[in-house]
Design a binder for this molecule. Structure first.
Ligand code: SAM
Length: 350
């Protein structure tokens, strides 16, 4: 298996059958070899620096009904909230003082945020903090709306493709949503000029090694600037409440494979990884990740943006405890960088 890892390091992609073999014959020795190679690759591009992003969870209203997600529209028990512009600006100001230079605005697909309203929020943040980047993650929109966000100053957009396989996609989502449309959105985002992020859950219900291989190949084709992956974690008020959670080990292995495929990609150690393992973030970094996204949402709403059970929003997951995070990373030889942390592929004027 180490031979396949060496080949991936050199060629950055493998034939589908080799990816399937690596994933299905997943073994700890292969994972630790892959992590070692991935760590070296990340260090060659980013040194021992970790980028931080302040995550502002705008709203948990959502028009969609994804079977895995705790804020799906059919979950009558979710306590809904949305943030007004002034609250968002306040979060950004607090984050700026803490050293954040990227703000990620994430939320359900909430019609309250019309194109104009969202564009106004983005341009207001950029006016207040011209040296910061704004990342949006508000789902599937029209091409015109994405363009308006970009024109308002948004720099990056996160939209996980979730699964590249159409049949698998339809087992995770109701028929009104399609994987083909989600992929179309990703292509629009790239064309418009966003630093674009995609990704998937590891261990989502019904997922096979072939599905994961196809996810890697889809990403090889898309060439995103950012990739977000994390283990699937069930939420008790969703149709997938009884499904098993994804594996931390397999997530770490896939982070390593992704780093070898995309040496300069922005790759977060996600909250879901930190939720399943108290040192998940550190393990993610040691497997090749180079980004973390602590929570900057107002304290009062954090427990309401509950995508899955026990989602972390306190301790080192909280932007206010950045010193904690700094100390944890120092222990493994890494340093937090105060910087926008753009993709090395993009030259920005700031
Ligand atoms: N609405 C936007 C969108 O669709 O991209 C952003 C918010 S959505 C909740 C963000 C991500 O959360 C999804 O892309 C999905 O991969 C992840 N997610 C949702 N439910 C999850 C679960 N039960 N376990 C792990 N990740 C989950």
């Amino acid at each position: 298996m180490n031979r396949l890892i060496d080949r991936l390091s050199a060629e950055h992609v493998l034939p589908r059958t080799d990816f399937v073999q690596l994933i299905s014959a997943f073994a700890p020795e292969t994972a630790s070899y892959a992590a070692e190679c991935a760590r070296k690759t990340a260090q060659a591009v980013f040194g021992n620096k970790i980028y931080i992003r302040g995550l502002i969870e705008l709203s948990n209203f959502c028009r969609n009904d994804c079977y895995y997600c705790g804020i799906r529209r059919s979950n009558r028990k979710a306590q809904r909230y949305r943030l007004e512009k002034e609250e968002i600006l306040q979060c950004a100001a607090e984050g700026y003082a803490l050293g954040f230079r990227t703000f990620v605005l994430q939320g359900g697909e909430d019609g309250y945020y019309t194109t104009e309203r969202m564009a106004d929020i983005v341009s207001s943040i950029k006016r207040q903090h011209p040296d910061c980047a704004v990342t949006l993650s508000v789902g599937e929109q029209t091409r015109e709306t994405y363009q308006a966000y970009f024109d308002a100053g948004a720099d990056r957009y996160l939209l996980r493709h979730e699964t590249a396989d159409e049949a698998h996609y339809s087992r995770l989502h109701p028929a009104e949503l399609s994987g083909a449309h989600r992929k179309q959105c990703l292509r629009w985002l790239k064309e418009i000029g966003f630093q674009t992020g995609s990704g998937f859950m590891v261990g989502s219900p019904f997922q096979t090694a072939e599905n994961l291989a196809d996810d890697l190949l889809f990403l090889a084709d898309l060439q995103p600037e950012m990739i977000g992956i994390g283990p699937f974690i069930p939420h008790h008020d969703t149709p997938f409440a009884q499904m098993p959670q994804g594996s931390v080990e397999l997530t770490l292995f896939l982070l390593s494979l992704l780093r070898l495929m995309f040496p300069d990609v922005l790759l977060p150690a996600t909250t879901a990884l930190g939720t399943l393992d108290p040192v998940g973030r550190e393990k993610g970094i040691l497997a090749g990740a180079n980004v973390v996204m602590p929570n900057l949402s107002p304290q009062a709403v954090r427990s309401k943006y509950m995508l899955y059970d026990n989602k972390l929003a306190t301790g080192a997951e909280s932007a206010q405890h950045i010193a904690d995070l700094r100390a944890r990373f120092a222990k493994i030889g890494y340093e937090i960088q105060i910087d926008r942390g753009d993709s090395p592929r993009v030259k920005t004027l700031n």
